[in-house]
Ligand binder design. Structure first.
Ligand SMILES: N[C@@H](CCC(=O)N[C@@H](CS)C(=O)NCC(=O)O)C(=O)O
Length: 217
């Protein structure tokens, strides 16, 4: 088996890559990285000096592929399987990348800001930054609510890279900043994502680690 995914089962950006791997149906070796273990952290830094996962290692092609969106495009290009995650049409592919960027930058990152602030001790907490992140999430949720008025998935009828990005960011996002009462399209979209077999499998595999998710204090 040529592919190894360096990951952690609770990491939201790793979920993005895992969803893609399960959608495509390509075999891979999951390599759980404990960043608290100095040797494992050093091994990840050897692969990708930024030190963030997911990182895909492809021994057959001699490639190290970091960054969840790039991992997914790489898989779509070289290991195309059951599900095509980037449309063949260039304009549709551009729109799909835009939705992926939207979910990463304007849902995933503010969600992370709120969740990670919960882990900070009382003194160095950043209430201003958290409030900005909440405002960003409220704006993004309102946009998604309108986008999801028609069509099952982020790009319409076909599941894509954009849905891989949406699933983890909305799952944890709903814990960081709950959806508004009127945001029924958004809530229904998250339920569809949770029921999708690829994401349902990711959630099942992450369940034993859920006690490590930071709670609001
Ligand atoms: N832009 C990166 C973000 C990856 C990222 O933030 N990963 C987090 C886990 S969800 C991580 O590795 N955190 C460990 C750290 O920052 O030390 C991607 O899309 O893969």
């Amino acid at each position: 088996m040529s592919l190894t995914l360096h990951f952690h089962p609770l990491s939201s950006f790793c979920w993005k890559a895992l969803i893609a791997l399960y959608e495509i149906g390509v075999p891979f070796t999951p390599k759980l990285v404990d960043l608290g273990n100095p040797a494992e952290r050093a091994a990840l830094l050897q692969l990708w000096p930024i030190g963030k996962f997911p990182v895909l290692q492809d021994d057959a092609r001699g490639e190290i592929v970091p960054e969840s969106s790039i991992v997914i495009e790489y898989l779509d290009r070289h290991y195309l399987g059951r599900t095509r995650l980037l449309p063949a049409d260039a304009d549709k592919a551009l729109q799909t990348r835009l939705r992926d960027r939207f979910y990463d930058l304007y849902v995933h990152l503010p969600m992370q800001k709120i969740m990670l602030d919960r882990l900070r001790p009382e003194g160095p907490k950043d209430p201003h930054g958290v409030e900005e992140a909440r405002a960003q999430l409220r704006t993004s949720y309102a946009m998604i609510e309108r986008q999801m008025a028609g069509g099952a998935w982020a790009m319409g009828d076909d599941f894509s890279l954009a849905d891989c990005a949406a699933a983890p960011s909305l799952f944890y996002g709903s814990m960081a900043q709950p959806f508004g009462d009127g945001e029924t399209n958004l809530a229904a979209y998250l339920e569809r994502l949770k029921a999708r077999p690829s994401f349902a499998r990711v959630l099942k595999e992450a369940k034993p680690y859920f006690n490590m998710v930071p709670k609001e204090r």
